[in-house]
Design a binder for this molecule. Structure first.
Ligand code: GAR
Length: 201
């Protein structure tokens, strides 16, 4: 059984690429069936089209608020029979209507070791805080900002000479490794949410 994935993006799409490649190479029993961007010229949309995957721009500003916008997004995902929604560089906070439409079926990648440095500019936050290690986190989405149950994390060192951009590159390599891995675990039914924790079976 191949898990049908919908990916929400806002920009470059390198995580989307890693996910699509892992699916194509048969590394995970999953398939990206639709990519939705809130940004019309996001390079991620072109990456999807090159793979022959439906790529849709849904303009947030074309709607009367978040609920209406998310109802349209959820409708497109449902039309494609999506079973797991992956946020990959999607820069909007997910609201109630999308959460309700895909309960415990929305995951995200964040470029820090949560619960440290949630929100925007996580790599800059880490450099400015002077931590020795940072990394990335794949987690389920809940109502908070980067606060849902954690699936996988990877650690990278932070060097004294690091700029946020250099650290971001080091973290990104790990993102591309653990995001497909986490999707593979979900696809194989290996993730069980128990309160705050995700048990790996
Ligand atoms: C990635 O580093 C991802 O972790 C981050 O945006 C980048 C998107 O890159 N996401 C967030 O900061 C979400 N809070 P990509 O478009 O090349 O995958």
């Amino acid at each position: 059984m191949v898990l049908k994935i919908g990916v929400l993006v806002s920009g470059r799409g390198s995580n989307l690429q890693a996910i699509m490649d892992a699916c194509d190479e048969g590394k995970i029993p999953a398939q990206v069936v639709v990519v939705i961007s809130d940004v019309g010229d996001a390079p991620a949309l072109e990456r999807a089209r090159l793979k022959g995957i439906d790529a849709v721009h849904v303009d947030y500003h074309g709607f009367n608020g978040k609920t209406e916008y998310e109802q349209v997004v959820a409708g497109i995902l449902k039309d494609h029979h999506v079973e797991l929604v992956c946020l990959a560089g999607y820069m909007r906070i997910v609201g109630r209507s999308l959460l309700d439409a895909f309960q415990n079926r929305i995951i995200n990648i964040h470029p820090a070791l949560l619960p440290s440095f949630p929100g925007l500019d996580a790599q800059r936050q880490a450099v400015e805080h002077g931590v020795r290690f940072s990394g990335c986190t794949v987690h389920f989405i809940d109502e908070g900002v980067d606060s849902g149950p954690i699936i996988l994390q990877a650690v990278v060192p932070v060097h004294q000479s690091d700029t946020p951009e250099i650290l971001a590159q080091r973290i990104l390599a790990e993102e591309h490794r653990i995001y497909p891995e986490a999707i593979g675990l979900f696809a194989r039914g290996k993730l069980k949410i128990e309160g705050r924790k995700v048990m790996l079976g």
